[in-house]
Design a protein around this ligand. Structure first.
Ligand code: SF4
Length: 210
């Protein structure tokens, strides 16, 4: 049997029931090393969904999406672009933190991107969340979030900052792709430029929302 969260997703559930069920998901091996499932959060009536890749170290410890440094940066960028982060539903394509441990750096847990197989395994949670929220717009943050919607051929650099049609399965009015806020944090001397690019893409989303 292929790895999948589908057997763990309850039918006709609301977001709270989905979140509770996701806490016990063993649909792929990522649940084994992570602290807990980090499910999406935000108002069920949200007009916009912010979709990231997977929880990071802080998110894994706190059990909430986008509470670490990248989340803080995203909050600032959203405010600057005119998107109210508190009015958005925030989630990740993969709900468990994937990492490798580096002994040499004090057992630091270093983020590792999910594979296509893990993305596919976790997809039923995302489909169910989006089915309930039915947002006007999904903002994908980074390449992995885009691949969760459009498959492995997705290239964020080719389509960022434009309004795309959402695949039917995801029940959204449209999609705007941009980079992940952690890419801004990693950009070092080009950080300002990367941040400006993120805000510019988010402004396209804000305009689409009207
Ligand atoms: S990553 Fe997704 S599919 Fe894998 S165990 Fe976690 S919730 Fe389930």
């Amino acid at each position: 049997m292929p790895e999948s969260s589908a057997p763990f997703v309850p039918e006709d559930a609301d977001l709270d029931e989905l979140r509770a069920a996701a806490a016990d998901c063993e649909g792929c091996p990522l649940f084994r090393d992570a602290t807990q499932t980090v499910f999406g959060e935000g108002p069920p009536s949200a007009r916009v969904v912010l979709l990231g890749e997977q929880p990071g170290d802080q998110e894994d410890r706190q059990g909430r999406p986008f509470v670490g440094p990248a989340g803080q940066l995203l909050l600032r960028a959203c405010e600057e672009a005119g998107i109210d982060r508190d009015e958005a539903y925030v989630t990740n394509a993969v709900k468990h933190f994937k990492f490798v441990t580096r002994e040499r750096s004090g057992k630091r847990r270093i983020h590792k991107p999910p594979t296509l197989r893990e993305l596919t395994a976790c997809r039923p949670w995302l489909v169910s969340e989006l089915h309930l929220v039915k947002p006007e717009l999904i903002i994908t943050l980074g390449a992995t979030a885009g691949k969760a919607l459009y498959g492995s051929g997705f290239r964020v650099t080719e389509v960022r900052g434009t309004v795309l049609d959402a695949p039917d399965e995801f029940e959204a009015g449209g999609v705007v792709a941009t980079i992940h806020p952690s890419a801004v944090l990693r950009a070092d001397e080009r950080r300002e430029e990367a941040y400006a690019g993120l805000v510019s893409d988010l402004r396209v989303a804000a305009e689409a929302l009207g």
